[in-house]
Design a protein around this ligand. Structure first.
Ligand code: FCB
Length: 448
């Protein structure tokens, strides 16, 4: 298995999940966290991993792990505390941070919207796309001369689903029509921000999509149709317009039927303003969906699996690296010429430090090894994959789930802020040093 020269081996985090408040403006997530019951355990991100203060330590960890790339986000509510004007001190901070990464030989991968938009803003408003472009412009003004890889939006479907359809994420709206509209505005925001970024030479702009392969539960025609419908809802509704094909007709018809009206918020010219602006596609892959037909309204399908005795993370998500391989191969065939990057992939494994002070997270090691191998197989089959960024560099604030799920290669003791590299982090360091060749299994067991 051969990964191409320059392949980016890295890990990711996002501002709101690690930084802590420290002078940031009010974010939609601050408001959301104050709602009783909104966040499991009642926590908030006022401290999180304290990375706004401990960022030098984070860069040291990145260096120690030998990462070639680090995905982080600039906090929108930090850069624009009132939503309109950029705070130069915030940009100074990110400039210092990026310079420290570059000094360590680490390629920065910068996300602009990893969900912490300034309080009072909403993707239900079309004007938010323009506000986002002006934020993108302020960050690019400072950093486009040294950051090549830019991610405009993180997970448009999840923003629409959890933030506006189910009300489980900020801003906590639960209305299907608003969710479809918000999703459209998120994509418009991508287009507007990408245009601003492209005013700077050499920039690679893309969005990171949460892609969930959808498989039918049985061979029946109805279940195949359910899988195709779900694929439209979750994946193609974002993928197709971003990569220049416009909204898929079947999903558009589905929305018009479910909402009982035309999508009047999609104006003439919008699809042209979204497509044709992605220099790469970011893929966040965690698991797949198994679908069956259902008479339910508004969705004639439902998730029924994976069920049964399959390997799962501590969050119950099926571990299925083969689906990642097939996804990458499928995307590279469907969108030839669009480079792919794994912008997130990881799992919840709750291992804690043992008496020897180490974290023996052997299941994360196996997860990492198998998903990297799957990416390698896709590369061997011709997929143009430019990097693999594991989620996450360290345990962090997992949104509405609070601090319970641990995704990190590095353990964080939230009471003290102390970071401990897990066995998976050490394993990843060796895998990276070997250019993606997994250290042999017996050596993995030596960690256990
Ligand atoms: C993704 C998010 C990321 C983190 C992981 C587990 O949906 O982009 O911030 O929550 O899931």
């Amino acid at each position: 298995m051969s990964f191409p020269d320059g392949f980016l081996w890295g890990a990711g985090t996002s501002a709101y999940q690690i930084e802590g408040h420290h002078g940031r403006g009010e974010s939609v997530w601050d408001e959301f966290c104050r709602r009783p019951g909104a966040v499991e355990g009642g926590g908030d991100a006022s401290r999180a991993c304290d990375s706004f203060l401990r960022w030098r330590e984070d860069v040291e960890l990145i260096r120690e792990l030998g990462l070639g790339a680090y995905r982080f986000s600039t906090g929108w509510s930090r850069v624009m505390p009132e939503g309109t004007r950029a705070d130069p001190k915030a940009l100074d901070h990110y400039e210092r941070f990026v310079d420290a990464l570059l000094d360590a030989g680490v390629e920065p991968v910068l996300t602009l919207n990893h969900w912490d938009m300034p309080a009072g803003m909403s993707w239900a408003e079309r004007s938010t796309a323009h506000a986002f472009a002006s934020y993108a412009g302020a960050v690019a003004e400072r950093l486009a001369d040294r950051v090549t890889w830019w991610i405009t939006q993180n997970e448009p479907w999840i923003i629409a689903l959890l933030g506006y359809q189910l009300g489980l994420h900020a801003p906590g709206v639960a209305d299907l029509g608003t969710a479809v509209k918000a999703g459209h505005h998120v994509l418009l925001g991508h287009g507007a921000a990408a245009d601003v970024l492209h005013a700077h030479a050499g920039v690679m702009a893309g969005a990171a999509l949460s892609l969930f392969p959808c498989d039918p539960a049985t061979g029946s025609e109805a279940d195949w149709a359910a899988a195709a419908g779900s694929d439209g809802y979750v994946n193609r509704w974002y993928l197709d317009p971003l990569l220049g094909d416009g909204y898929p007709a079947d999903t558009r018809e589905h929305w018009e039927r479910a909402l009982g009206h035309d999508l009047a918020f999609v104006l003439d010219g919008d699809e042209a303003a979204i497509g044709g602006r992605s220099d790469f596609l970011g893929i966040n892959y965690y698991t797949r969906r198994v679908m069956a037909a259902a008479p339910a309204d508004p969705f004639p399908w439902r998730v029924v699996g994976p069920s049964g005795d399959v390997a799962r993370t501590d969050e119950g998500w099926e571990i299925n690296p083969g689906a990642l391989r097939d996804l990458l191969i499928g995307l590279s065939r469907r969108f030839p010429g669009t480079p792919l990057m794994i912008t997130e992939n990881g799992g919840v494994f709750g291992d804690a430090p043992t008496h020897d002070g180490r974290v023996h997270d052997t299941r994360r090691i196996a997860y990492l090894r198998d998903h990297v191998a799957a990416v390698g197989e896709a590369v061997d089959a011709g997929a143009d994959v430019r990097g693999y960024l594991h989620w996450s560099l360290m345990d962090n604030f997992e949104w509405a789930l609070g601090y319970r799920p641990r995704f990190g290669l590095v353990h964080v003791d939230y009471a003290t802020g102390v970071r401990t590299i897990k066995d998976s982090g050490r394993y990843y360091a060796r895998l990276i040093a070997g250019g993606g060749t997994a250290p042999a299994l017996p050596r993995i067991e030596a960690f256990g």
